[in-house]
Design a protein around this ligand. Structure first.
Ligand code: ZN
Length: 239
């Protein structure tokens, strides 16, 4: 058995939330006991099911290490088929939520070397969550689907942050994005620093405007982290 296939199956054997929530549809069952040491159960897709927020972060970062090294997990046709035969159509239990920029180079499933069903993704230019609907999506990822980590992910060469940094006036509804970013990056000396400040400001905004997520974090059910993806190296760095 290939090494990375073994790894994924071991992760799948960790305690998991039962997969009962239909896609954006229903609530979950309580955590299911799990004793099988190696193979996924017949009713659950072979996906990572980290037990703690710290473990969830480790799964994400190890996936990025594989991607950056150009060595993503090999998924043969039997593994891919198992995702459907074991129940992807019956629900989802993504272990992580990622709030990322809409930039086409930032696809979370790819840069963290994950597959369908593993990450609940909310994307908007500038990786902001200014609207109640975006905040609601983040809350859904944690409260309903059981994500253990919420990563706010900025990136190098971000056009939205750059527009705010240069105090540009892009016009149209794009202006609302720039206006949302601008206060959080005040005082930044360059774009790199502005990207980092924006991530921090978004995290502050999430904590201040989502009592649900802030309480989940205090209770140890969720970890909120900031990170920046460097497009040139393909590496994600935690802030
Ligand atoms: Zn961007």
């Amino acid at each position: 058995m290939p090494e990375n296939r073994t790894r994924r199956y071991v992760l799948a054997a960790l305690p998991a939330l039962a997969v009962t929530a239909a896609a954006c549809g229903s609530t979950q069952s309580p955590p299911a006991a799990e004793s099988s040491p190696a193979e996924p159960t017949p009713d659950r897709p072979p996906a990572p099911t980290p037990a703690t927020p710290e473990d969830a972060l480790e799964v994400l970062m190890k996936g990025n290490t594989r991607f950056a090294a150009r060595t993503p997990a090999i998924r043969n046709t039997a593994e891919i088929d198992a995702i459907w035969t074991r129940g992807i159509d019956r629900g989802q239990a993504p272990f992580a939520t990622v709030l990322g920029c809409a930039d086409s180079r930032l696809a979370p499933e790819i840069i963290f070397d994950q597959f369908v069903g593993n990450i609940f993704v909310v994307r908007e230019a500038g990786n902001i969550a200014q609207s109640p609907t975006n905040l609601g999506s983040l809350e859904y990822g944690q409260k309903v689907l059981g994500s253990k980590i919420l990563m706010v992910l900025g990136h190098s060469d971000c056009g939205a942050v750059d527009a705010a940094y240069r105090d540009a006036a892009p016009g149209g509804n794009i202006e609302s994005i720039v206006a949302a970013i601008r206060p959080g990056i005040a005082g930044a000396r360059d774009l790199e620093e502005a990207v980092k400040r924006n991530v921090g400001a978004v995290i502050d905004h999430v904590r201040s405007n989502s009592a649900l997520l802030a309480e989940a974090e205090k209770a140890g059910e969720l970890k909120i982290v900031g990170a920046v993806y460097d497009i040139a190296s393909a590496k994600v760095r935690l802030l």
